[in-house]
Design a protein around this ligand. Structure first.
Ligand code: BT5
Length: 266
């Protein structure tokens, strides 16, 4: 991609997982900025051992290798940077299509892009390799995104386990979407977001942007944590990217890495 820092874009017709590929490349010393894009993944990864499904040639499946200098507590901002860049890219491509109004896409904390009715358009997975790399050099973080672009074309395409919970840009816009245009717009939008990770003001700005598009804030949630669920009202996102939940008048701060699920709670 000329004009962006992400000029080393490696393309795969089929690969097990673009995240796995870049984690291995990072271990071999690959620099920040390498991008892996796949037409198809045979073992696409979600969080906590879950899987990511997409038929060949329909959606955007990519990962980026970063080496951000971040405190461990702020690591979730990497996921935020990618999610915000994807929201921007969707907005840019949708506008370029002449479709007029901005497509309504939100970030569901911690790692999903969702439609107005809460169906999942994309998932982001950041994986850090804290053990690798020479001393003094920031550890690699590989952050991948699976974005439903042209699949599903309709709800009938979805397997039963995703029925009613997944959606595509094609469904939102009513027409096929150009994956290459979306990839270019995403990488353009990602550059400034990655720069923002480097300064306290930039990081606070990312958190503020997240608050503005976060559909979780203001809702009643059940957050499944390894030691059991908590229920309360999500009241905000901290500058480190953690979810702030009011649990019966007591403020709890939830770290993304600890979360099994965040669900709406009655
Ligand atoms: C995620 O995990 O949402 C992170 C997904 C990251 C995928 C990208 S693709 C490129 C890169 N390389 C990889 O190997 N992975 C990354 P999580 O929050 O755990 O959500 C996973 C759950 O989402 C699954 O258990 C399904 O319920 C659901 N799911 C799977 N595929 C989906 C799809 N295409 N659309 C919507 N939901 C899906």
């Amino acid at each position: 991609m000329p004009g962006t820092r992400f000029s080393d874009v490696r393309r795969f017709e089929s690969i097990d997982s673009t995240n796995r590929y870049l984690l291995d490349e990072a271990r071999d010393g690959a620099p920040a900025g390498v991008v892996a894009v796949a037409d198809h993944q045979t073992a696409g990864r979600g969080r906590l051992g879950r899987s990511w499904e997409a038929p060949a040639g329909a959606n955007l499946l990519l990962s980026v290798l970063l080496r951000p200098s971040l405190d461990p507590a702020e690591r979730h901002l990497v996921t935020t940077a990618v999610a915000l860049a994807a929201v921007d890219a969707i907005d840019a491509v949708h506008r370029a299509d002449g479709a007029g109004a901005t497509t309504a896409v939100f970030v569901k904390w911690p790692n999903d892009l969702v439609t107005t009715d809460g169906r999942k358009l994309a998932g982001v997975l950041a994986e850090a390799d804290l053990g690798s790399g020479p001393p003094g050099r920031p550890s690699p973080v590989v952050v991948g995104i699976g974005l439903n672009v042209n699949w599903p074309a309709s709800d009938a395409d979805l397997p039963p386990e995703l029925s009613g919970s997944a959606a595509s840009l094609r469904q939102l816009t009513g027409a096929p979407v150009d994956r290459e245009a979306l990839l270019g717009a995403f990488l353009d939008a990602l550059g400034p977001r990655v720069d923002a990770l480097d300064s306290p003001g930039g990081r606070a700005g990312l958190a503020a942007e997240l608050r503005a598009v976060c559909s979780t804030i203001g809702t009643t949630v059940r957050v499944d944590l390894p030691d059991g669920p908590i229920r309360g009202t999500a009241t905000g996102v901290s500058d480190e990217g953690h979810l702030v939940v009011d649990v019966g008048g007591v403020t709890r701060t939830v770290v993304a890495g600890d979360v099994v699920h965040v669900r709406p709670a009655g």
